[in-house]
Structures are given as structure tokens and as C-alpha cells.
Design a protein around this ligand. Structure first.
Ligand code: SAM
Length: 200
């Protein structure tokens, strides 16, 4: 399938048995269109990469960075590797989660996280990887409001992360998560923008 964004076009192979094989997931598209530009250097992570649309967009937008793409689905990893090679991003590191060296810290994490694994598993997964952000790093997560985005926002803020809602489009909340205590002068649970900001 073709991923067409204002700044790049990628042709990607998908297959049955991976997430959203028939089309670019609309939540993924919301993230790819709405996320701030990734840091130019350092380590960048696509958490739950599927066949790779986010990892390859990171690689295209930050050619000097080291992009990691992790998933637990072997077929997804295979496709992401093929897609990276075909797009000319041979350096994208497509690996199982445990293959990322312990000492790697991320300047940015992008994820359309696997909410269907259940709240507890999702929280554990996010805590594990968010703890590996650099102090000035940021994660961008996309989650649909019907799949718990607002309770995830509150939970992250309650765990001491600084969370901001960057936008809300088609029911998908785009959350930016940064290390550190919630801003003291921020509204509500962690600096969310006024209702309706970026609504579309
Ligand atoms: C919502 S899909 C997003 C896929 C891809 N990023 C996209 O946008 O099309 C979430 C992905 O997370 C993967 N996943 C599930 N559990 C995981 C885990 N523990 N660690 C890493 N990835 C996981 C799933 O296999 C799936 O590919």
C-alpha cells in the first residue's frame, strides 16, 4: 500500500496477521500528520512497529538519527525489515523488544500502542519504554478516545509524566509525554489544551 504524507511517499508491503494490513490505520495517520518533527539525532523508537509506517517516517524525517522499530509479531518484523530495505533505509534497526541494548536512551518515541493487550499490560509496556526517554526526550502516542485515551492520559500524569494533548482528530487523541513532574501552573491533568484545541 502507499503511505502518502505531505513530505514523503512510501510504498509498503503488508500481509494478513499484522495490524491494519488493508490500509494505513487512521490513528497512525493522525500521528504521522500531527507529530512534531522528530529530533535530528540520537535514538528514536517506534514502539509496536507493525509493518513499519512510523519507523520509516522517522527515518525519512531524521536521516541522521538511529531508528529502532520493535514488535513482538515476527511477521510484522519481517515486513518492516523488507519495507525499510526497499525504501533505502537499511539502517533502521527492526528487532524484538529484548534486542534493544539496555543502555540505549531515546530522544523520541512514537507509538500507536497495542491497547488491546489490556490496561495492565499496556501500562507495564509504556512504563518500561518511557523510562528510557532521555531527560529532554518526548514520546508521542496516538490512542482513540473509545480505547481509553483519556484514562491513559490521566494515568500517565498521575505517574509523574508531563502529558499534553497535542490534538484530537477523528476521535484519536495525540498525546505528548515527557519525563518530569506535571507543570505546576498547568490546567487539569497535566497541561491538556483547552477542550476543542485541534479538534477536527
Ligand atoms: C496498534 S498496532 C500499531 C502497528 C504500527 N505501528 C502501525 O501503525 O500500523 C500495535 C503493535 O504493537 C505490537 N505489540 C504488541 N505487544 C507488544 C509488545 N509487548 N512490545 C512491542 N510491540 C508490541 C503489535 O504486534 C502491533 O503490531
Amino acid at each position: 500500500m502507499r503511505l502518502a504524507l505531505p513530505d514523503l511517499t512510501l510504498d509498503l508491503r503488508t500481509d494478513r496477521g499484522v495490524f491494519s494490513p488493508g490500509r494505513i490505520d487512521p490513528g497512525t495517520k493522525v500521528l504521522l500528520l500531527g507529530a512534531p518533527p522528530p529530533p535530528r539525532r540520537g535514538h528514536l523508537l517506534d514502539l509496536g512497529c507493525g509493518y513499519g509506517p512510523m519507523a520509516l517516517t522517522l527515518a525519512a524525517r531524521a536521516p541522521e538519527a538511529t531508528v529502532w522499530a520493535v514488535d513482538v509479531n515476527e511477521r510484522a518484523l519481517e515486513l518492516a525489515r523488507q519495507n525499510a530495505r526497499a525504501a533505502g533505509f537499511a539502517d533502521v534497526r527492526v528487532v524484538r523488544p529484548e534486542e534493544v541494548p539496555e543502555d540505549v536512551r531515546f530522544a523520541a518515541i512514537w507509538s500507536n500502542p497495542p491497547v488491546r493487550i489490556g490496561k495492565r499490560a499496556l501500562h507495564e509496556l509504556l512504563e518500561h519504554w518511557l523510562a528510557r526517554l532521555e531527560p529532554d526526550g518526548a514520546a508521542v502516542l496516538v490512542v482513540h478516545k473509545h480505547l481509553g485515551s483519556d484514562s491513559l492520559h490521566r494515568w500517565l500524569a498521575g505517574r509523574g509524566w508531563r502529558v499534553a494533548r497535542l490534538s484530537s482528530r477523528l476521535g484519536y487523541r495525540l498525546l505528548e509525554v515527557r519525563p518530569g513532574p506535571p507543570a505546576e501552573d498547568g490546567p487539569g491533568d497535566g497541561g491538556e489544551r483547552p477542550a476543542g484545541a485541534g479538534e477536527g
